[in-house]
Write a new protein. Structure first.
Length: 310
């Protein structure tokens, strides 16, 4: 049985007349009668009772028409959803991100994307930079925001673009000698106990901070900026954090500038270069509009199919 035959049966039930139904369908009455007759033979029962004024559904026909309508509605809904998915208006997008991206970048970016594409389900996972690259290459996430671009084996299959710049600030207990200074130099960090992310988690940032770390009197590792700040509040050491986390300071801590500035690896958005997901394309479109400076970079780095979603 074919979908068109369901439409024929429903049309006859709605018009209560073969000729009028045939006209509405744009076919001949004999052809319509043959098609409905074929359905009746397949079911082994009559669907319509023929009268001098037209037709009326039999008991079996009334039940069958209800189910036929449901099938046709589901098919139509499926087609609509498929078209929305093709335009990046439906489906899902799996996002991996480093925790510090939640401080400034992601709240406004995700709100903007959610407003423009409410039908796309976002699955968000906090990861380290190293995990972001691995998850992208394994196909576990569709998009990642990390501190610096993923590196290592397979990274050439990824497309990466900076979305936010940052430089270094230190966070210390309010009783620390640094707390009363407007700024400190990198040289002043020599011999200090430092709180930093593990090198395996944040390789790009570790390379930049290596001279400071190597001169430290001790190292405490913390995977999250909240933990870095919390340990600094306990007087464990001086935390090295991006300037974007200033707003996360606590009453027990002080954020101090480093002068001359130490540029940190940019927050970087990465995705698989071969990905053809419309939902991903839609997210990149929103990113271009939301993040200054990314439009030309994305246009240059992205495959043509991603230039505009839908």
């Amino acid at each position: 049985m074919e979908l068109r035959q369901l439409r024929y049966v429903v049309a006859v039930a709605e018009h209560r007349h073969f000729r009028r139904a045939a006209q509405a369908l744009g076919m001949t009455q004999p052809s319509l009668s043959r098609q409905v007759g074929a359905v009746e033979r397949e079911l082994g029962t009559a669907l319509f009772e023929r009268t001098g004024r037209g037709v009326v559904p039999t008991a079996a026909g009334a039940v069958y028409v209800v189910h036929a309508r449901r099938v046709l509605e589901q098919v139509e809904a499926g087609a609509t959803e498929a078209q929305r998915a093709a335009r990046g208006q439906a489906g899902s997008l799996r996002l991996g991100f480093v925790g510090e991206a939640l401080v400034e970048l992601l709240p406004s970016l995700l709100a903007r994307f959610g407003s423009a594409h409410p039908g796309v389900v976002l699955e968000c996972r906090e990861l380290s930079t190293a995990q972001c690259g691995a998850a992208l290459l394994a196909g576990d996430v569709d998009l990642a925001i990390s501190r610096g671009a993923p590196a290592g084996e397979g990274a050439e299959r990824l497309t990466s673009v900076p979305v936010a710049g940052d430089h270094l600030v230190v966070v210390c207990h309010r009783g620390h000698p640094f707390a009363g200074q407007p700024a400190i130099s990198p040289e002043q960090l020599r011999g200090q106990p430092l709180i930093v992310a593990p090198a395996a988690d944040e390789p790009a940032a570790t390379r930049v901070l290596a001279p400071l770390v190597e001169a430290a009197s001790g190292i405490t590792h913390a995977r999250d900026v909240h933990t870095v700040i919390g340990l600094a509040a306990c007087g464990i050491g001086v935390g090295l954090v991006p300037t974007s986390v200033r707003r996360l300071g606590r009453a027990e801590t002080v954020m101090v500038e480093v002068d001359p500035p130490v540029r940190l690896p940019d927050l970087t958005m990465s995705f698989r270069g071969a990905d053809v997901s419309p939902a991903l394309g839609a997210f990149l479109d929103v990113t271009r509009a939301h993040c200054p400076g990314t439009a030309k970079r994305l246009a240059r780095l992205m495959p043509r199919k991603h230039h505009k979603a839908g």
